[in-house]
Design a protein around this ligand. Structure first.
Ligand code: ZN
Length: 184
């Protein structure tokens, strides 16, 4: 999994990369400390809070990244990407030097496999093995406010394109059949 700092764009989706550039551009990334082995930063989120990002280096390569946001999509989250980009910027990197070929619109083009992916794989195995977890029953049993809060938070932080597509199809369906109850 080790990669050169400058190659972080190979592990970042196009939309996430754009958000990361915006975060750096708007000075939303605060580097707390950084040296040859380690970096920590705080990145402002949309709700006025912060996410904490941790990065470790070995032999001038990134060997570990972690962010405490809930992103579970493909590749790095925007906070991690923004923190890596901020590290480049303090070394004199110009944001405008990112080439258009570095924007990866296809998930299959993203380099992956880090600790977070392994955690996700373990979680999926756990879900498969949990006989008592029924997604639809669980979601349907939540009260409407909590459910909408969950969806809002998920959309804001995960940028999962599948959810956006589902929401769009729902929106289209609503326009055709205006009277349709939510989860009933
Ligand atoms: Zn994050």
């Amino acid at each position: 999994m080790p990669f050169k700092l400058r190659n972080f764009t190979a592990r970042t989706r196009a939309l996430v990369l754009q958000r990361a550039i915006d975060l750096v551009d708007h000075q939303s990334v605060l580097l707390l400390d950084h040296d040859d082995e380690h970096a920590q930063s705080h990145v402002q989120n949309n709700r006025g809070g912060i996410y904490h990002v941790e990065i470790r280096f070995r032999d001038e390569e990134v060997v570990f990244t972690h962010c405490d946001c809930p992103y579970r999509g493909v590749g790095l989250c925007k906070h991690t990407a923004a923190s890596l980009l901020q590290l480049l910027v303090v070394q004199g990197f110009d944001l405008k030097s990112i080439k258009s070929s570095e924007y990866h619109f296809n998930d299959a083009d993203i380099d992956e496999e880090n600790e977070e992916d392994l955690v996700l794989k373990e979680l999926i195995t756990e879900i498969n093995n949990d006989k008592y977890f029924d997604l639809f029953q669980f979601l349907a049993s939540q009260d409407r406010e909590q459910l909408l809060g969950f969806i809002g938070h998920y959309l804001e932080e995960s940028e999962d394109i599948r959810l956006v597509v589902m929401a769009y199809l729902w929106y289209k369906g609503e326009r055709q059949t205006p009277t349709k109850d939510f989860l009933s």
